[in-house]
Ligand binder design. Structure first.
Ligand code: ASP
Length: 273
């Protein structure tokens, strides 16, 4: 029997510490896992808490695109081979719920109007997301490009690992832009008792296929979580791009590594709990 565990991050970007906000999500996931719930439920519920918390650039707190629109992305993958992702959804404060519904569908991913139509037909009620204006001005060289999205990885007693991520996208990005969060291998990867999730400047993460490369380093290269994540950030990402990673394996607690101030929190069940 595997020992249940959770790790969550609150984005690789400048900003206030969001440690306490993360703990709320970690507590929810751990309660579900301790009660015998599965890793999918735990990851989705924790991710929803973070989407509903306006301090994060995901769901309710999503940053506006350059035209003022608010478009949300989310993804989920299980270590037993299921995947679901949605891209640029309007009026969807909890895109993770739509992504999770895709786990059992023939299709893996949906985008924009089609994604919203599918959500409408599958009972996901439309709700306007007001969003948050980006800090700074377009064209201002001091503008703050934030990447403070959310990600959760859970492990249940069966050893199943699930990764769930959600974002409004980096600030100062146009409405059709696709970041790393909904792209398999870029913003997330889970397989055979191991998962990795990334946050930060999505273009840098996508060019590096970062989550999969780090996953491979751990799985095939047999490097530790820490060595592999440090390698990924230092070797595959330029130091000018804020990027962070979390990972959780088949045993032991999760770990977070970043080249900026990424808040992250982890929990693993104690044998007496
Ligand atoms: N990685 C996300 C993106 O590029 C942003 C973030 O991490 O907040 O859309």
């Amino acid at each position: 029997m595997a020992i249940p565990a959770v790790i969550a991050h609150g984005g690789a970007g400048p900003g206030p510490s969001r440690q306490e906000n993360l703990e709320v999500a970690i507590n929810k996931a751990s309660e579900i896992l301790v009660a015998g719930g599965n890793a999918i439920d735990a990851a989705v519920q924790a991710c929803m808490i973070l989407e509903d918390d306006p301090v994060f650039n995901a769901g309710t707190g999503s940053v506006m695109r350059t035209d003022g629109s608010v478009l949300t992305d989310a993804s989920i993958q299980t270590s037993d081979g299921k995947i679901g992702f949605v891209i640029a959804m309007e009026d969807t404060p909890n895109p993770i719920l739509v992504a999770a519904d895709l786990l059992n569908e023939e299709i893996n991913g949906l985008t924009s109007e089609g994604a919203r139509m599918w959500a409408d037909n599958n009972g996901h009620i439309k709700r306007k997301v007001i969003g948050v204006p980006p800090k700074g001005q377009i064209g201002d060289t001091n503008k703050q490009i934030t990447g403070d999205t959310v990600g959760v990885i859970t492990r249940d007693t069966t050893g199943m690992i699930v990764v769930a991520t959600s974002t409004g996208g980096c600030s100062f990005r146009p409405p059709g832009r696709v970041g790393d969060v909904p792209l398999p291998g870029s913003g997330f990867w889970a397989e055979e008792g191991l998962a990795v999730a990334a946050t930060g400047i999505g273009e840098a993460i996508t060019r590096a296929l970062l989550s999969y490369k780090v996953f491979e380093k751990i799985k095939v290269g047999k490097y530790s979580l820490e060595e592999s994540m440090n390698w990924g950030i230092n070797k595959l990402i330029s130091s000018k791009d804020s990027v962070g990673l979390i990972a959780l394996g088949p045993s032991g607690p999760g770990l977070g590594v970043s080249n900026t101030d990424m808040p992250w929190a982890t929990w693993e069940q104690e044998s007496s709990e």
